[in-house]
Write a new protein. Structure first.
Length: 468
């Protein structure tokens, strides 16, 4: 009997040791989030006049996803999908100031249950509601709607560049030894207001996207945006250097992503490419072969299942994103057949223009993109830069009739079209609307049908795109 008990104890000890060894092999995870950052504005994405050596090095040591898109061109809606692995309609997060409901599980909670020490720090993560309006704050507090303090071990959501780095080092200092960790490090760059003057490139020497009017003031504004990204690169470098000094770089999955597109012409707040196409880079020396590029079609909802899978944890059935880990070793990994994204209310303003309030949906594959503007009568109004000198200058040129016709039609049409259809291969800047044209009838109907299915399944409140 004694020998049996001893044998049982040894077997139990063996399996306990195996379980502990498995836990110790779980990779640490760092998610670095830039704010309002469109692809391709990084050196590693092929934009020539920007210097981002730290992020470029991260990419060279890992994998770049060239076709990564957020589920919305706005931070709250997009971040909610990234945090949950579910689209914004599914989790009822289409209003800008909405807190993520306690009934919706975030992936840091699942990592925490799986043995991870978890944290969120730096720039506001935007998912506990908005505390700028006293009446809203009263509701948040009355119903205990600010939930993230209960979802992670460490939560600090404010601060400047130095404070963010201090929070990051404090989190790592507090992480229990021998326990894997997850931390989201959020930065404000390159969100407006642009103030990285010492990091700005020469406005005269940068390449302006071909669908933008090339004016002196626009160049100066765009150079200021690129300066913010170059400053961000130096902050990313500090994080990566500290990780290496601690000897943690070999078993840490480092991911860099933009939360949505930049506050640029036809960017943030729109469903055009610059509004939802973001950089996505991943590095882990033991999991990812260096120097890879993936053309897989990727959505923000894919981050959660990827992290859970890499951590060896089950992915709940309600998560609809795809695990991207197969792309680490399989160049043929294709990702999604189609991507969906939504445009909802933005900020705290009343619905006085399309910046504050717009409703739209998009579906696209690698070849074609359909945009459904549900309130198409409202003309385009820029998000976050309506008062900037370059935009006021363009408005003046429009009023005087001196703005070149292609730009005038793109930016200052009296009303938009309800449907827009673009050939992304032939027309990457999305300037030639094929919707309603006979030669595009079949693909337009196919995309509308797929969008209609998605809207029905996700209980969308907008009118369906196919008329009875």
């Amino acid at each position: 009997m004694i020998r049996f008990v001893t044998l049982f104890a040894l077997v139990l000890l063996h399996f306990t040791a195996l379980a502990q060894a498995k836990k110790s092999r779980q990779p640490n995870i760092i998610l670095i989030v830039s704010d309002d950052h469109s692809a391709p504005f990084l050196g590693c994405y092929g934009y020539p006049e920007i210097k981002t050596p730290n992020i470029d090095k991260l990419a060279a040591e890992g994998i770049i996803f060239k076709k990564a898109y957020t589920t919305a061109p706005q931070c709250v809606l997009s971040r909610a999908a990234i945090m949950t692995g579910r689209n914004t309609l599914d989790i009822q997060m289409t209003r800008f100031s909405a807190p993520l409901d306690a009934s919706v599980t975030s992936y840091p909670e699942l990592l925490r249950k799986g043995g991870y020490h978890t944290g969120i720090l730096g720039r506001s993560f935007h998912l506990d509601g908005n505390r700028r309006v006293p009446e809203t704050v009263a509701v948040l507090e009355k119903y205990n709607l600010e939930t993230f303090k209960n979802r992670v071990d460490y939560l600090k959501a404010s601060g400047n560049r130095d404070t963010i780095f201090q929070q990051y080092t404090e989190f790592l200092d507090q992480a229990p030894k021998g326990k894997p960790f997850f931390v989201q490090v959020g930065y404000s760059d390159p969100h407006r207001v642009f103030n990285a003057k010492n990091f700005e490139p020469d406005p005269a020497k940068i390449s302006v996207p071909a669908h933008w009017p090339d004016t002196k003031l626009l160049r100066e504004d765009f150079a200021a945006y690129l300066g913010e990204i170059q400053r961000l690169d130096s902050d990313v470098g500090r994080v990566l250097e500290d990780l290496k000094k601690r000897g943690l770089d070999q078993n840490t999955l480092v991911v860099f992503i933009g939360d949505n597109g930049g506050a640029l012409l036809r960017g943030k707040g729109t469903l055009y490419d610059l509004g939802i196409h973001v950089p996505l880079i991943m590095r882990h020396p033991g999991l990812i072969k260096a120097g890879q590029t993936s053309d897989a079609l990727v959505s923000g909802i894919d981050i959660a299942p990827t992290f859970l899978s890499v951590a060896g944890l089950p992915v709940p059935k309600e998560i609809t994103g795809q695990n991207l880990a197969p792309a680490f070793s399989n160049p043929q990994f294709a990702g999604h057949d189609h991507i969906f994204a939504v445009r909802g209310a933005h900020g705290q303003g009343l619905p006085t223009n399309s910046s504050n309030f717009d409703l739209g949906r998009t579906i696209f594959n690698k070849k074609y993109k359909l945009i459904y503007n549900a309130i198409w009568q409202i003309p385009y109004h820029p998000v976050d830069f309506a008062g900037q000198p370059f935009w006021l200058d363009l408005k003046q040129k429009h009023a005087e009739g001196t703005l070149a016709e292609p730009f005038d039609k793109l930016l200052f049409a009296d009303r938009r079209q309800m449907f827009e259809l673009y050939d992304e291969e032939k027309d990457p800047f999305e300037t030639n609307n094929l919707a309603g044209k006979p030669e595009a009838k079949q693909i337009e109907h196919e995309l509308k049908s797929r969008l209609q299915e998605w809207m029905i399944v996700n209980r969308d409140y907008l009118p369906l795109p196919i008329a009875p």
